[in-house]
Write a protein that binds this ligand. Structure first.
Ligand code: GLV
Ligand code: MG
Length: 296
């Protein structure tokens, strides 16, 4: 999921060539306060005139504690609603914020003749209140498609003593400072059938660091992660795809289990040294689906 500042026309152009599944044009924290209005116009232009291929097209608006949000939504959706798949709402603290956006989108869709409900919502969880309320946030609207972790704002909001996003805070040696937060978001997403997306890694020159941090959320079951730079795109696609060996093994389990259950009418069977049953089939389906999506 590629982040592109709405105030930078060169990046808006370049983003159309990168191998990201989703691109989001930002009006929030990567755009200076004095450039917000200009960025809205750039974003509308880029959505209308750009060639985005099959990429999901999203726009991140400003959060509801600012005075920019309503105008962001109205200008972008009225100006380019038919070229837009989702709005990203940052710093969500409780479900009423998502309900507000849902209502506004419905009004704009009706006014402009778009199908009601066609524009989705992705909610960023990036402060303590958002995390405490994450289940209610996840249930707040049928438009919701994803919960997105915002590690930079989150670490600031809980007063974590660190300046490096995604890495363990200095002095913390007892485990993974992100584990609880990632799992909490993942559980809410899965309970409500939403995607779970990990946020940015800001040390853009350190691709190995990106890989290491991305591997953490990918292993837990997250569906993807932000990328801020072309160098991170390839790493993300690799880390979030299963290895060829795991993919082949998953397909083998599916094939073998189909044979055992239908031809031999057995619910559990041995595949080499491993016992497989219906739950193994479900685990294999997860890995196989990711592998197929990655074209393995
Ligand atoms: C992203 O918005 C973050 O705060 O990490
Ligand atoms: Mg943020």
């Amino acid at each position: 999921m590629l982040a592109v500042p709405g105030s930078n026309p060169r990046f808006l152009e370049k983003a159309q060539t990168l191998a990201a599944d989703e691109v989001f044009l930002d009006l929030e924290d990567s755009v200076a306060p004095t450039a917000k209005a200009e960025a809205r116009a750039n974003v509308v232009g880029a959505l209308r005139e750009g060639d985005w291929g099959g990429r999901i097209r999203a726009v991140r608006v400003n959060d509801l504690s600012t005075h920019w949000t309503y105008r962001d939504v109205i200008e972008v959706v009225e100006g380019a609603g038919e070229h837009l798949d989702a709005i990203i709402l940052p710093k969500v603290q409780d479900p009423t914020e998502v309900v507000w956006l849902d209502t506004l989108l419905t009004q704009i869709e009706k006014t402009t003749g778009l199908d009601v409900g066609r524009i989705g919502i992705e909610a960023q969880i990036e402060n303590a209140r958002g995390l405490v309320n994450v289940d209610a946030v996840a249930a707040a609207s049928p438009r919701l498609q994803a919960l997105v972790f915002g590690p930079a704002d989150f670490m600031a909001s809980i007063n974590m003593r660190t300046l490096v996003v995604g890495e363990q805070p200095p002095g913390y040696t007892e485990g993974d400072a992100y584990h609880y937060i990632l799992m909490r978001i993942l559980m809410a997403a899965r309970a409500h059938d939403l995607q779970a997306i990990d946020g940015p890694y800001l040390q853009i020159k350190d691709v190995e660091g990106y890989r290491r941090v991305a591997a953490r959320s990918a292993a837990l079951g997250f569906d993807g992660k932000w990328v801020l730079h072309p160098a991170q795109v390839e790493a993300a696609n690799e880390v979030f795809s299963p290895s060829q060996d795991d993919y082949d093994h998953a397909e083998l389990i599916l094939e073998a289990y189909a044979y055992y259950t239908t031809v031999e009418r057995r619910g559990a069977a041995m595949l080499g040294d491993e016992m497989i049953d219906e739950a193994s089939r479900k685990m294999a389906l997860v890995v196989a689906a990711k592998g197929r999506a990655a074209g393995l």
